[in-house]
Design a binder for this molecule. Structure first.
Ligand code: SF4
Length: 273
């Protein structure tokens, strides 16, 4: 049960969080020095921790890449409601509007609220998903303790499984068929798990989405997940080394030789800010 003191601390943290991001939006970079303690460290997404100067450079690159962007969840909700209203008005079955809610320790108490809002607004699918760590951080107890929710449904990824059997989930990777990640610099990856430029599947500044979606990288990756007779020679892609999903085809590399690079700082975290 939450005490009055706990409640006040939660409210104070919320206010500080709001102010932190307001200041970043105002500075188009930041964070604001006055809000950061000495020895400030930022952990953004799965990127290595960065000091104040590192976060400042990162944030500047982020704001430069996304002109006009700001932290405003109300605007996100307003856009989603606008999209749903337009869809209803046109009596259209598309677009299929999916709200993905990543269940962390700090927001698992808001799942019921999300259910209520999604039903109210007519969202087609509300999907609750577990947080994903970079492979090299999967067995980091401190990180798990800090971010993982209490609900075992969203926190029971067993890192040992990745080492023992070479993968975590006994199913095909859905990212290769359902999503695409596009980074500020134009790089395209099959999922947000990979963020090394060298592992990109394409560049949106030079090709269309349709051209990239079924290019040789994508076909090579999808071949890992089916046993059909290959129609072409496949190339090695980042998915060869991925320990997340069970690959039907013999791996071309040991899962323990994973190499999800992190040498593209602006590319790396821009989506996680
Ligand atoms: S196999 Fe792994 S790296 Fe490739 S798209 Fe799926 S989750 Fe991402």
């Amino acid at each position: 049960m939450m005490t009055q003191t706990d409640g006040a601390a939660v409210e104070a943290n919320r206010a500080l969080g709001r102010r932190f991001f307001e200041e970043q939006d105002r500075l188009r970079g930041g964070p604001a020095g006055a809000l950061c303690a000495p020895g400030y460290r930022a952990e953004i997404g799965g990127n290595p921790p960065m000091d104040f100067a590192g976060h400042e450079a990162f944030a500047r690159a982020f704001y430069t890449a996304f002109d006009g962007i700001r932290h405003d969840i109300e605007e996100v909700f307003a856009n989603m409601k606008g999209l749903l209203a337009a869809k209803k008005e046109l009596n259209s079955r598309t677009p299929f509007v999916e709200w993905q809610f990543i269940v962390f320790k700090h927001n698992e108490h808001q799942m019921d609220k999300a259910r209520q809002l999604a039903a109210e607004w007519g969202v087609d699918l509300l999907r609750f998903v577990a947080p994903g760590f970079q492979p090299e951080s999967m067995d980091d107890r401190n990180l798990r303790e800090k971010w993982m929710p209490k609900d075992p449904l969203f926190s029971e990824r067993n890192p040992a499984e990745a080492t023992e059997r070479g993968y975590i989930y006994d199913r095909t990777c859905f990212y290769l068929y359902r999503s695409m990640s596009i980074y500020p610099g134009g790089g395209v990856t099959p999922c947000c798990f990979t963020h090394d430029r060298k592992q990109d599947f394409g560049d949106i500044l030079n090709s269309t989405v349709a051209e990239i979606w079924n290019n040789h990288h994508y076909r090579s990756a999808r071949m890992l997940f089916n046993n059909r007779l290959p129609q072409e020679e496949r190339s090695q892609v980042v998915c060869d080394l991925c320990p997340i999903f069970h690959q039907a085809r013999e791996r071309s590399c040991s899962p323990n030789g994973r190499s999800f690079g992190t040498d593209h700082a602006s590319h790396a975290g821009a989506h996680a800010e």
